[in-house]
Design a protein around this ligand. Structure first.
Ligand SMILES: [Zn+2]
Length: 102
């Protein structure tokens, strides 16, 4: 009972912080690379999924759990999803473009 309460409380805390820091960091990267999404959503995704991109809607969804990782990984995840705005697949062109973003 207490464990569930604590888990929910911690999760809420993580989501609050993620909502403050992740869209802001993504916006900095958007400006830096002139690559803009229409919308960024912070929301818990299925197990192990840290980000998603819906290129048709120019929407990126980021897992709040990203903020539990060291900060240098945030950009890796965010830039990966941003690259999907241009290339909605994982073919060679996608990886070449991603290399340019890094
Ligand atoms: Zn991908």
């Amino acid at each position: 009972m207490l464990q569930k309460w604590l888990r929910d409380k911690l999760q809420g805390y993580i989501i609050d912080i993620a909502n403050r820091v992740l869209p802001q960091r993504m916006h900095e990267l958007e400006v830096q690379h002139c690559l803009y999404a229409k919308k960024v959503i912070v929301k818990i995704l299925r197990k192990n999924i840290l980000g998603l991109c819906y290129p048709g809607y120019k929407t990126i969804i980021l897992s709040p759990r990203i903020i539990l990782l060291p900060q240098r990984y945030w950009d890796t995840i965010i830039l990966h999803e941003m690259a999907h705005l241009k290339f909605p697949h994982h073919r060679k062109a996608f990886w070449s473009f991603l290399t340019i973003l890094f």
